[in-house]
Design a binder for this molecule. Structure first.
Ligand code: KIV
Length: 257
């Protein structure tokens, strides 16, 4: 098994796993110092391209951003989200996953799970492709945002889904917006790491969309902690540039040839 995946798996029941999203080289260069895993998330559809959903994202777009991210990430595990229409059947999923790995040099791909795509996970893992799963709120397949696992029936349904995905060979599963009790049950029952987003501190690791936690996206649901207010910082810098240009304070002699 590849060293990066082995190191990642060894953190289960040992050390909390740190994950964030990135869509570019400049950001992944910084994340690489502190993250175990960098996800090139299809959230870039909303965050960068202003799309209402992630549904129309092209594989080519993911590949281009992933190429940039792998240039900046040396030690972290780089995982690339497969867009919705790129894994509709096992044959297409295998062809496209191989393309992503070859073109970008990433370590793994992530797919969002639904009750019908277990065969796709199996096809990919049987071909020795590292696959990350994703359950709970899965924006590619669910119309409405809602927290899952709020009662025993829902908890057991999620647990059973997680176990089947683990058996299908994924190396980790993202748990998005599921209840604390469901996250705890799943994390305790699986041998692979669970990575939570809005799913409590019972998960083996945590992920956030970096633009959200840096205060740049304008999207701050309850589960996001804002670690910086980059919008404000950038606003101040651009305002100053505007003033300097208008008043001819920039460029100075030292900025000129
Ligand atoms: O697309 C994404 O950024 C994700 C994370 C929210 C886990 O899937």
């Amino acid at each position: 098994m590849q060293v990066k995946i082995k190191n990642f798996l060894s953190k289960k029941n040992n050390k909390k796993i740190v994950c964030l999203t990135s869509y570019s080289k400049s950001l992944s260069k910084i994340l690489d110092r502190y993250c175990d895993l960098i996800l090139v998330g299809d959230s870039l559809a909303n965050v960068l391209y202003g799309m209402k959903t992630t549904h129309n994202l092209k594989l080519e777009t993911m590949i281009n951003h992933a190429k940039s991210v792998t240039l900046g990430a040396k030690k972290s595990l780089v995982v690339v989200d497969m867009p919705k229409d790129s894994y509709k059947n096992p044959k297409q999923a295998l062809k496209n996953a191989k393309l992503v790995l070859k073109e970008t040099g990433c370590d793994a791909i992530k797919i969002e799970n639904n009750p019908y795509n277990l065969n796709i996970v199996k096809t990919l893992t049987n071909s020795k492709i590292n696959v990350m799963g994703h359950i709970g709120y899965t924006p590619q397949f669910k119309k409405k945002f809602q927290v899952e696992g709020k009662n025993k029936t829902e908890e057991n349904k999620l647990l059973s889904q997680a176990k089947k995905i683990e058996e299908a060979g994924v190396f980790s599963i993202v748990l998005e917006c599921i209840s604390k009790t469901a996250a705890k049950k799943i994390t305790k029952s699986l041998n692979i790491p669970t990575i939570g987003i809005g799913s409590s501190n019972h998960c083996d690791g945590q992920i956030l969309v970096t633009d959200d936690m840096l205060g740049l996206s304008g999207f701050y649901p309850k589960f996001v902690k804002k670690y910086a207010n980059l919008e404000k910082i950038i606003d101040q810098a651009v305002k100053k540039f505007n003033k300097d240009v208008k008043s001819s304070r920039f460029p100075k002699k030292k900025n000129s040839f």
